[in-house]
Ligand binder design. Sequence first.
Ligand code: HXC
Length: 266
Amino acid sequence: MESLAGRAYLVTGGGTGIGAATALHLARLGASVTVIGRREKPLETVAAEVERQGGGALAHPADVRDPEAVNAAVEAALDRFGRIDGLVNNAAGNFVTPAERLSPNGWRAVVDIVLNGTWNCTSAVARHLIDAGRPGSVVSVIATYAWTGHPGTVHSAAAKAGVVAMTRTLAVEWARYGIRLNCIAPGPTETEGAGNALWATPEDEERVLASVPLNRFATAPEIGDLAGLLLSDRAGYVTGTVLTVDGGQSLGAQIYGPPVNATTVT
Ligand code: HXC
């Protein structure tokens, strides 16, 4: 298994869901983690769990939309751990709404968290790495609708597509500094945040599940596991990519012929 022993990472949206699972996984691989998010309590819970497992953790409340708050988080992580080796941009905001009913403020809130927040964190960490002359790695959590599009998510899809373009651009621009940038595109993942925002009723949940060829939701730890892999030296030649982890969902549901599913082929 890849080791991140002695390294230090920031994880945004690190108090819950995929962010929390990622922080715990990085700590298991030997890294120190600074978890960033708006609510202090879940951050403290994750930090305490990391420390219980013998890892170094810092809970730092900050809104990724605020560049000054992000810079302060980077400074706090450096004060605490003496180094930063990279970042997981996991913070997101989302709700499903018909585009014609989306208010200017609703558009702004989601684009600000997802696109501007990712830039605020990525640029703050990269500036540190470049000044310190250290290599590093950034992983951003996106969604497959960044390239397929998806009705009801115009704000999130547009912002996530922007994160992909940012990642590809910076992967080339900052390769000379040894900074790698990649994205992970999870499919539907069992977390409270995603469930509340994207499949609030049992009927919605059933419909989402039926859209996944592997016929299950992803778990947060399996996404965190792959984030750890992309951050590690085992992925040292991987940059500017999107790793899709969606159980085949984005490849599309069956349209033609009689139904073929797991039941009929086994
Ligand atoms: C319509 C809504 C809405 C909803 C908020 N708004 N929720 N409009 N339907 N369900 C509108 C508000 O009315 C307001 O516009 C504007 O959005 C900002 O809302 P606030 O609550 O004031 O903003 P804020 O507190 O900053 O909250 C941001 C948020 C919130 C995005 C709206 O939901 C949030 O922070 N969520 C974080 C957690 C989250 O969403 N996680 C899920 C990520 S899952 P007006 O005009 O009224 O002022 C994910 C994975 C996708 O992204 C991929 C799956 C495969």
